[in-house]
Design a protein around this ligand. Structure first.
Ligand SMILES: N[C@@H](CCC(=O)N[C@@H](CS)C(=O)NCC(=O)O)C(=O)O
Length: 230
């Protein structure tokens, strides 16, 4: 039994973000499936906002609220303290602040707009037996995503990673949230070459690829092909 349990599903970018931190740090974890849209009663006791992921650290407690942490950002910060190497948060104060900001920007803006405006209209429709809502997804892709991509492109500049020259929580979070769109649609990033190259660099890492492959297998059962949003 792994010490760390992530409650949720790899279809969630936030679950994959926590899994990515575990893999980067070579820490064993298991994912215990929780359907957040129809959660068991016990889950509401440890997730008062009814969100996944929640982490349980069995070395702290194996039942009840004790031993649990909700919210991917809180969980990843906890993992960093518990398993400091390799560091996923920069030491330099400004770099640290920048990494937290890019994490937050991806978690809120990129994930919310891409999730509510592209992932859900496509995936939730097909899981309900309907046609994918491509009108909503295309409108989101063409009008709401470009300013977000512009900001991320400018943040990267000529660098391989968002902060300093090594992978941090910022890179992991952007990749997981961006790839949520990639689960259901072609990610055509020609206008944002630095972001496209960053995504390829991140996809080559086990920490990103392994949890994503699990999500992809699940999504492909309902949506055999990704959609073209152009
Ligand atoms: N800020 C939270 C966001 C978590 C979140 O929104 N998770 C989604 C799944 S991707 C969820 O639980 N949604 C449930 C709902 O919308 O009712 C985190 O970083 O963990």
């Amino acid at each position: 039994m792994a010490e760390l349990v992530i409650y949720g599903s790899p279809i969630s970018p936030f679950v994959r973000k926590v899994a990515a931190c575990c893999i980067e740090k070579d820490v064993e974890y298991e994912i215990e499936a929780v359907n957040v849209f129809d959660p068991p009663e016990w889950f509401l006791d440890i997730s008062p906002m009814k969100r996944i992921p929640v982490l349980r650290d069995r070395s702290v407690a194996s039942e009840g609220q004790e031993g649990t942490i909700a919210d991917s950002s809180a969980i990843c910060a906890y993992l960093e303290k518990k398993h400091p190497e390799p560091a996923l948060y920069p030491h330099h104060p400004y770099a640290h602040g920048r990494a937290l900001w890019i994490e937050e920007y991806a978690d809120t803006n990129l994930a919310a707009i891409g999730g509510l405006g592209i992932f859900r209209p496509i995936f939730f429709s097909v899981t309900q037996g309907k046609e994918p809502d491509l009108d909503t997804a295309r409108e989101t892709w063409s009008t709401k995503m470009p300013p977000i991509f512009d900001y991320l492109e400018a943040s990267l500049g000529d660098n391989d990673y968002f902060v300093h020259d090594s992978v941090s929580i910022a890179d992991i979070t952007v990749a997981c949230c961006l790839m949520q769109i990639g689960l259901v649609a072609e990610l055509k990033l020609d206008r944002w070459p630095a972001l496209a190259a960053h995504l390829e660099r991140m996809k080559a890492r086990d920490s990103i690829a392994v949890p994503f492959a699990k999500a992809e297998r699940a999504v492909r059962k309902a949506l055999p092909e990704v959609c073209d949003l152009s």
